[in-house]
Each structure stands twice: as C-alpha cells, then as structure tokens.
Design a protein around this ligand. Structure first.
Ligand SMILES: [Fe+2]
Ligand SMILES: [Fe+2]
Length: 119
C-alpha cells in the first residue's frame, strides 16, 4: 500500500478509535466505573496523538493560521447543519444536535480568538 493511502486509512482508523473509546468511557462513567472511564479516555488521547503525529510528519498542516481559518469555517458549518438537523428530530436527538451545535459555535469563537492573537 502506498504511504498516502495508508496514511488516510490510518488517520481515519485512529479517529474512529478515539470516538469509540470515548463512547465506552461515557458508559463506564454512567456505571460508576470511574477508573475504567479514565483509562479509556487515556487510550483515546493516545490514539488521537498517533493520528496527529502521522499528520504532522506527513506535513499535512503547513500553515497554522490557514489551518485555524479553515477550521473556523468548518466549525461554523457543522453548527449550522446540526441546528438544521435539530429542527427535524424529536428528543433525545434534538437536544444532542443542539448542544453539540452550540459547542461547535464555541469552538469557532475560541479559534477566532486564537487567530487574533496570531495576527
Ligand atoms: Fe493507535
Ligand atoms: Fe468542533
């Protein structure tokens, strides 16, 4: 397999693992298994860093400011789509769509603050 092909597969695989470990951590937490939840979160972060290290080594993030600008737009778009989805669903999905949309908006605001500091 070519490096570029493997890189994409690898990074996606790590991202999926992060989400699955964090989902399992939530379940562990709901069951009161705090140490289990913490261990699963630690693994999730390590998986995230594997993908991050591979992206950095491949030179995927060339310019920090450009990356942040791109992410601001992506966060805003995600928020827009999530709010739109919320209007088409009943609970408990409605609340999940809305609260995650507000998080995406907050991420965009944080990134805008970072961008100002970098300029
Ligand atoms: Fe990994
Ligand atoms: Fe976000």
């Amino acid at each position: 397999m070519k490096l570029e092909e493997y890189l994409e597969k690898w990074v996606k695989g790590e991202a999926e693992e992060v989400i699955e470990y964090l989902a399992a951590a939530r379940i562990a937490e709901e069951k009161g298994l705090i140490e289990v939840a913490q261990a699963l979160r630690t693994i999730a972060f390590e998986e995230a860093f594997h993908g991050a290290h591979a992206l950095v080594q491949a030179g995927e993030i060339k310019d920090l400011k450009e990356f942040i600008k791109k992410r601001i737009e992506a966060e805003k778009e995600a928020a827009k789509v999530r709010h739109e989805e919320a209007s088409h669903h009943d609970e408990p999905w409605k609340t999940l769509f809305e609260y995650t949309a507000r998080d995406e908006e907050r991420h965009a605001r944080i990134l805008e603050g970072i961008l100002k500091k970098l300029e």
